[in-house]
Write a protein that binds this ligand. Structure first.
Ligand code: MCA
Ligand code: AMP
Length: 498
């Protein structure tokens, strides 16, 4: 397969060439050119080249970016770990993905769930440049199969613990090239974002995307509107964010002319991971004269559709299928394509193409269930399609999946965690609309002791330390009993109205 990062390969081959001097990554006041990235990543790639699979302690730092690039150079699949993951979640991911070592930054405190793994610190100090390591890494990088796994990214399902989606090199390359076509994304673009680096959005699109183009990214460490203003005022051309981030931008705009000016000069403002409400689209367009464009993807499929930079921006839609992606809407049977796209008939989105993952790690049952007999991936997203191909997502098949702050969260995993609390006898979890997060997590419990029910803060901490802080309930209702049907199944729809 041709190299994933041509500018990096060029910098490896010619440390004094123009590619080597181009800016690649910047996190706060630390940055690397392509030459420096090559020098930092190549010895690490040589060091981990024999590892079967590696974990990356994916803090929002230069070290994470260098670690993942080194793994890709070496052809070693990387499993990015959320550094805020709690004990049960990390324990599951480590047991399931069985990495041989973990990459971390010097000084990072790793939790007990990782103590059995060999630890390798990522060194981004690039004063030394061992030429032999560079050529060894270059040799490793070529000759890898496009089907070779690049990353294993964990994603929540309706029930049970998260599943590891195995993402091959070909999917990374094709999705990034399709986005380059749709967005006219080039090596001259400078991206700014503050997304986490353990998911597709922040890591594959937000770090590997600029590197594939030979362009650069400035990561904010954590999202805030001040950082967005600063970077877009200082030469950044593109912004990536989840709807919560654009919502916070929309809220700030009326009192912040500098932010409006900065956004107005951006080439492209892109939102994804969940639906951006039309109200926020409109507020941003009004204040800046710029339209946010939406793209639609999934951990398992990478990117499927986007509003194109050269197309009509249509708020409330996720645009048209990307080059190479086949997309259809199906009837309730899950296999018959809708006869016509009339902008009204709702069907499940199914996709096929080189952007798709290979499998769920160790879950052949779940992998088989995710595809139709003829190879279409069932997204579970419900949509209508305009006659000219614009897709409008209207909902999800599973009510047990919640999107909060752009994170996909399975109700089942939170219910299981809640049931481990001694004060909880029964538990059900739902999502309810939230202007900032899109949806917020609501816990409905039957307390073990009705006189002395657990408090929300206590249950939130309980979930945060086991799973992750973004999975914690934000609202708690204590009931005498959960509504159940004749079969004993909890009727969640009856819970949404207090
Ligand atoms: C609060 N905190 C706690 C607790 N309560 N920590 C431990 N225990 C508690 N009980 C901490 C949080 O950890 C966080 O810490 C801080 O308080 C604030 O938390 P919160 O309000 O939850 O979050 P936020 O900081 O307001 O975050 C909003 C956000 C975030 C920045 C929009 O949700 C976010 O980064 N979302 C991005 C999701 C994403 O990238 N999704 C992509 C997956 P601290 O202050 O230390 O942070 S989807 C995907 O990849 C597909 C392919 C796609 O289409 O894109
Ligand atoms: P994840 O599995 O965490 O990668 O989340 C994928 C899901 O996010 C998709 O199945 C959609 O439900 C949702 N999603 C991603 N982008 C968009 C978007 N632009 N509009 C609406 N939903 C989206």
């Amino acid at each position: 397969m041709s190299p994933l990062f041509p500018a990096l390969t060029e910098a490896l081959a010619d440390p004094d060439g123009t590619a080597a001097h181009r800016s690649a990554l910047r996190f706060g006041d630390r940055s690397l050119t392509y030459g420096e990235l090559a020098t930092a990543a190549a010895p690490l790639a040589a060091r981990i080249g024999e590892a079967g699979r590696i974990a990356v302690w994916a803090t929002p730092t230069l070290e994470t970016a260098v670690g993942v690039v080194a793994a890709l150079l070496a052809g070693v699949p990387a499993v990015p770990l959320n550094p805020k993951s709690g004990g049960s979640e990390l324990g599951h991911i480590v047991a399931d993905s069985a990495p041989t070592l973990v990459l971390a930054s010097t000084g990072d405190q790793l939790p007990p769930a990782l103590s059995a793994l060999e630890r390798v610190d990522v060194d981004v100090d690039v004063r030394a440049a061992p030429a032999t390591a560079a050529s060894a890494a270059e040799a490793l990088a070529s000759g890898l199969s496009p089907e070779a796994p690049a990353l294993v990214v964990y994603t929540s399902g309706t029930t049970g613990p998260p599943k590891g989606a195995v993402i091959p090199r070909r999917a990374v390359a094709t999705t990034l090239d399709a986005l380059a076509d749709a967005w006219q994304w080039t090596g001259d673009d400078v991206l700014v974002h503050g997304l986490p680096l353990f998911h597709v959005h922040g890591l594959i699109l937000g770090i590997l995307g600029p590197l594939r183009r030979g362009g650069s990214v400035r990561h904010l460490g954590r999202f805030d509107v001040t950082g967005v203003t600063r970077e877009l005022s200082a030469g950044a051309t593109m912004l990536f964010g989840v709807p919560t981030m654009y919502h916070r931008i929309a809220e700030t705009l009326p009192d912040d002319p500098a932010l409006a000016k900065a956004l107005a000069r951006a080439r492209l403002l892109v939102s994804g991971s969940a639906a951006l409400p039309v109200h926020d689209h409109e507020r941003i367009a009004e204040a800046t004269g710029r339209r946010v464009i939406e793209r639609y993807g999934m951990t398992e499929t990478l990117m499927n559709t986007s509003v194109r930079a050269d197309g009509e921006p249509r708020a409330g839609t996720v645009g048209v299928p990307l080059p190479g992606v086949e997309l259809r809407l199906t009837e309730e049977d899950g296999k018959t394509a809708l006869a016509a796209y009339d902008g009204e008939t709702v069907g499940e989105i199914q996709v096929r193409g080189p952007n798709l993952f290979t499998e769920y790690l160790n879950r052949s049952d779940a992998t088989a269930a995710a595809f139709t007999e003829d190879g279409w991936f069932r997204t579970g997203d419900m949509a209508v399609c305009d006659p000219d191909g614009y897709v409008r997502i209207v909902g999800r098949k599973a009510t047990d999946l919640i999107k909060s702050g752009g994170y996909k969260i399975g109700a089942g995993e939170i219910e299981n965690a809640l049931l481990e609390h001694p004060g909880v006898r029964e538990a059900a979890v739902t999502g309810e609309p939230d202007p900032d997060l899109g949806e917020r997590i609501v816990a409905w419990i039957v307390p073990a002791d009705a006189e002395n029910p657990p408090l929300l803060a206590e249950l939130a901490d309980h979930v945060a330390v086991r799973l992750a802080p973004h999975k914690r309930p934000r609202v708690l209702h204590c009931l005498g009993a959960l509504p159940r049907n004749d079969m004993g199944k909890i009727m969640k729809r009856a819970l949404t109205h207090d």
